[in-house]
Ligand binder design. Structure first.
Ligand code: N01
Length: 546
């Protein structure tokens, strides 16, 4: 293919999940010629890949969907917390309305992007698998480049001695085969008890013949309180304004949920009143105890401890074995409550009351090595048919770094972030003109509702591109000072909270050797929207216009 034959688009987007689909719809309205490159054979982003048993979203309907009334018509979620297959069907529904697939190249993995500073375009390289399994490389040009690649970045598999020797099946949660795995009567190990691990464990425990959970840190899970939704109930809520009210509310709350932290301090309320609140939040189900609680729970250690004690004592009642009570809901919290993401559970704790389910605490009894047949820990040896690594991701930064994005000076994003992550508004990087990120580091996306964050960023991109068109801007680059200002703000709000006290992917400390820093903006959605608006109100001062 000669350079002249390489197709030129106004905008090249990466990833066919919520981020790019929302942005594409917005940009199409400006008559921009766009293309999405997607590695997977279909849309859905993380919801395509994460097909492990029990995968379902932790955000309640109606607000885990695109906030566009036209797209609400014709699809009714059947559960309050929809499962993965239903979410994939939802993407098909959105496609039937928007036909985003018309502008999406599936099976196309981006392997590089290079900025041409003279001609002002990005040349994006991808590799595509053909029907026979062969790989072909291709290129496409875009005046603008938007990475809508989600948070997950790169799958993380710990390096454990002998892993390659294991003769059974070894699978990471995010690489679960699309054709499934037969778990009936299998001896299974799950390593990791984050969101993926918890969902897998509670789903597969009744099916397996033996299930061993290797836990390093207990997950402070909250009851999901799942329930079915009927089409007539959904329909009524669409018509009587409940949907619209819920979506409007999401733009005013810390995490883009239809509820928020309470204005009063925990200490301003009596013991009885607090207990009443905690109890009602647990009974309602969802993230209430995490994100609908007193505002000082994540800034005051004592307030945090009080919430933890309530959680601990409630959960312990569901666990029969005294030793397991201490493992799953310890008397002393290993990190402040809520500073690692709690999971929503349905029957997680009851699983550990089953005779064939056991838990190994890796702090006391660490894994020494894998063998052909299973896992050897300090005090134990077990044989398995299947070992599941629910060990998470090198999140937020690694996805961008792996795309090998380079500017005209041959500087990569990794080079730019070698002394720490720096962005403007979590969406732009100095030295990389005409590049935007959706769900990038230093944005609030990881702390809240995915489709809402994506729509906030997508709406801002829409406004940016209106200006681009109106003023015929060909090159737009965020300035160093803007990037420094935003990075400082991210670090400051993070530093004032209790979040740095937990080893979590929120700050990169889940990956050995990764720099530990504020990778998320925790100033809340309203403040983030304000900052995005301000950047536009400032006219184009913050930007370099050529
Ligand atoms: O990954 P994680 P995840 N030896 O990093 C353990 C989203 N998500 O895939 O806590 C032994 O949270 C690690 O232990 P520790 C959601 O945003 C959403 O579960 O580091 N164990 C931890 O228990 C979520 O937060 C949904 O001590 C090791 C686990 O592996 C994010 O994705 C569903 C280990 C990793 O947990 C990531 O969740 C799924 C080792 N060497 C995911 N290394 C829903 O919406 C790591 N671990 C429902």
């Amino acid at each position: 293919m000669t350079d002249e034959e390489v197709k030129m688009y106004d905008v090249v987007l990466v990833g066919a999940g919520f981020g790019s689909i929302y942005a594409l719809n917005r940009l199409r309205k400006l008559n921009l010629k766009c293309i999405i490159l997607e590695k997977a054979p279909r849309s859905g982003g993380v919801w395509y890949w994460n097909c492990y048993p029990g995968a379902r979203v932790d955000t309640p309907e109606p607000v885990y969907q695109i906030p566009d009334p036209e797209l609400w018509e014709g699809f009714d979620f059947r559960e309050r917390y929809p499962g993965r297959d239903e979410l994939c069907r939802y993407f098909d529904h959105v496609d039937s309305k928007l036909n985003f697939s018309k502008d999406t190249w599936y099976g196309s993995k981006v392997i590089g992007a290079k900025w041409d500073n003279e001609a002002c375009f990005w040349e994006v390289k991808y590799v595509r698998q053909d029907k026979e399994g062969g790989l072909t490389e291709g290129k496409v040009k875009g005046r603008w480049f938007i990475a809508g690649i989600g948070l997950s970045g790169e799958i993380y598999k710990p390096k454990i001695e002998g892993m390659e020797l294991f003769k059974g099946q070894l699978v990471h949660s995010a690489e679960w085969p699309q054709t499934g795995i037969d778990l009936k009567d299998k001896r299974v190990a799950v390593i990791g008890t984050g969101a993926s691990g918890v969902q897998i464990i509670q789903e597969i425990a009744p099916i397996t013949s033996q299930l061993t959970v290797y836990q390093r840190t207990p997950n402070f899970c909250l009851p999901m309180v799942q329930r079915s939704l009927s089409p007539s109930e959904n329909q009524k809520k669409k018509l009587d304004g409940t949907y619209q009210t819920a979506f409007n509310k999401t733009l005013t709350t810390f995490a883009g949920f239809p509820y928020d932290f309470l204005p009063q301090s925990l200490f301003s309320e009596s013991f009885e009143k607090r207990e009443e609140l905690f109890q009602s939040l647990m009974e309602e189900g969802g993230f209430g105890l995490w994100l609908n609680n007193y505002h000082d729970v994540y800034s005051d250690e004592k307030a945090n401890e009080i919430v933890y004690e309530f959680w601990r004592d409630t959960i312990r009642k569901r666990i029969q074995d005294e030793n397991l009570k201490e493992k799953l809901a310890p008397m002393k919290q290993p990190h402040p409550f809520g500073t690692k993401r709690p999971s929503l559970e349905i029957n997680y704790y009851e699983c550990f009351n089953l005779p064939h389910v056991d838990l190994i605490d890796l702090n006391e009894n660490p894994i020494l090595k894998f063998t052909q047949e299973g896992i050897i820990t300090k005090d134990d040896e077990k044989k398995f048919d299947l070992i599941i690594l629910a060990t998470g991701f090198n999140a937020l930064t690694k996805g961008m770094e792996n795309m090998n994005v380079k500017n005209h000076q041959d500087k990569s994003i990794s080079d730019h972030w070698s002394e720490g992550v720096k962005t403007t508004l979590g969406m732009m990087v100095n030295g990389f003109p005409n590049l935007f990120m959706i769900y990038g580091p230093q944005a609030p996306s990881a702390f809240g509702n995915g489709p809402i964050s994506a729509s906030i960023q997508g709406d801002w991109l829409g406004k940016v591109f209106e200006m681009v068109k109106e003023k015929r801007i060909v090159k737009w680059e965020t300035q160093k000072e803007e990037e420094e200002k935003w990075t400082l703000e991210c670090r400051e709000v993070w530093g004032k909270s209790l979040f740095p006290n937990a080893k979590s992917w929120y700050q990169g400390s889940n990956i050995p050797g990764k720099r530990v820093e504020a990778l998320n903006y925790i100033g809340g959605i309203p403040r983030y929207i304000e900052a995005l608006d301000k950047s536009l109100e400032d006219g184009l001062k913050a930007w370099d216009i050529k």
